[in-house]
Design a protein around this ligand. Structure first.
Ligand code: SF4
Length: 167
């Protein structure tokens, strides 16, 4: 498990609905051309992961009595480096905050994730509400898209325990 992370933002209105706590993992194997966050590629860069990172996120989710949603970005949250810490995070957050929305951005495709035999990935998918999938493709870059950087990327929402592509 990676003991690094990229960033934690307690009041983010750019990623997800409403005010979100955004957590950026460190380490991405994809190296998309035009990635806006190349500093997150190296799994050994970034910041030391605090031992109480889950508590810090949970505290931030209700700081000042304002309920927030949670966004998990990269880096690649589902990479081998990060999937275990992300699973621990969403598992604990879901216990304490059963009704908030949890968003996750990944370069992997949902069509592959939904048939994975990786129990950690399946556990993460069980806890979250939205997945924005696909690599960033600079020739398909579109700044008008909600939650996405390029038009090949998709938004999936879990509705009645089924994942549906909504955009
Ligand atoms: S998957 Fe995301 S973080 Fe990784 S290189 Fe592509 S755009 Fe950057």
């Amino acid at each position: 498990m990676n003991n690094r992370y990229a960033a934690l933002k307690k009041n983010d209105i750019a990623n997800g609905e409403g005010i979100c706590v955004s957590f950026w993992t460190q380490g991405c194997p994809f190296h998309c051309k035009g990635c806006h966050n190349p500093s997150t590629w190296d799994p050994e860069a970034g910041l030391p992961l605090p031992v109480d990172y889950i508590e810090q996120v949970c505290d931030a989710l209700i700081e000042n009595g304002v309920q927030r949603n949670l966004s998990i970005l990269g880096g690649e949250p589902l990479s081998e480096w990060n999937k275990n810490l992300v699973n621990e995070l969403v598992t604990k957050v879901r216990i304490y905050f059963p009704h908030i929305k949890i968003y996750l951005w990944t370069g992997f495709l949902m069509t592959d994730l939904l048939i994975t035999e990786d129990s950690v990935i399946s556990s993460i998918l069980n806890k979250i509400n939205y997945v924005i999938d696909g690599l960033f493709e600079i020739q398909k870059r579109d700044l008008t898209l909600k939650l996405r950087g390029s038009s090949n990327q998709n938004i999936y929402q879990k509705i009645n325990n089924q994942w549906e592509k909504i955009s």
